[in-house]
Write a new protein. Structure first.
Length: 263
């Protein structure tokens, strides 16, 4: 039997849009990856929530989480409203996702560490405004971070909680600098009308060093009267395998909470 003959030339399969920008805050070029929901049109009146993914390069977590968002928003699933997914690709994650440390070993292992404040400025002053000026966005924003990304998402939650309405924090590296991020006063998070609607925190089978600080963070969010807070330990997964399932669980939990509150 002969080989089948192609009826048409092959064409690229496009997964999204890539925006390359020059950051004046960071003094370097950065890449943002976009996955747009089915039916998205720039001239439509429809507006979409935006999900910001740390470690959001094409060779990092962007593609599989964009696929998860598509799955979760299918009408026969409905764990997530159709959303724009923005992946912030890394240049130096050890620099951008960590606060300064006083620990000599951390400084040796992570010589460029300590740039989280500048990276926060980059997101607040350049990334979010670019997205909202050029895409059909609603005011609802979610931040997803895992490992060092979870450490950074925690710092955003405690220092500038108003930047996002929803936080998905997975396996956060809260051991960094002997847990200094958890010593940030939660005053900003406790302020009235701050707009944080939900915080989901998950760990896997990772030991007390990872699990106890994550539980402490959940307690801080509850004490600050965040309306919806959950902590989940997924015992059959570990640091390397947890992210995808945890994010789907977060969306499902959040949608169920919305349905309960709307009754």
């Amino acid at each position: 039997m002969g080989q089948p003959v192609r009826s048409t030339p092959t064409t690229p399969f496009t997964l999204g849009v890539v925006e390359s920008i020059h950051s004046t805050v960071l003094g370097e070029d950065r890449v943002l990856n976009f996955a747009l929901p089915q039916g998205y049109h720039p001239d439509s009146a429809a507006q979409y929530p935006v999900i910001y993914v740390l470690d959001g390069g094409a060779d990092e977590d962007f593609i599989h989480l964009a696929g998860a968002a598509q799955f979760a928003s299918f009408p026969w699933v409905e764990w997530l409203r159709p959303s724009i997914v923005v992946g912030i690709a890394n240049v130096d994650r050890r620099r951008d996702l960590t606060c300064p440390t006083t620990i000599a070993k951390d400084k040796d292992d992570f010589p460029t560490a300590g740039g989280s404040a500048a990276f926060m400025d980059f997101i607040a002053r350049e990334v979010i405004p670019l997205v909202e000026a050029n895409y059909r966005t609603s005011p609802e924003r979610t931040l997803i971070g895992q490992s060092l990304g979870g450490l950074f998402a925690t710092e955003v939650l405690l220092r500038r909680p108003w930047l996002f309405q929803h936080y998905i924090i997975v396996s956060p590296s809260l051991w960094w600098d002997h847990g200094s991020v958890l010593r940030i006063p939660a005053d900003a998070l406790s302020a009235p009308d701050i707009g944080v609607a939900s915080v989901y925190i998950a760990v896997g089978r990772e030991g007390r060093e990872m699990e106890a600080p994550a539980q402490q963070l959940a307690g801080m969010a509850r004490k600050a009267h965040v309306p919806n807070v959950t902590y989940e330990r997924i015992a059959d997964l570990d640091h390397a395998t947890l992210l995808h399932e945890a994010v789907l669980n977060a969306w499902r939990w959040r949608m169920e909470a919305r349905r309960v509150q709307s009754r």
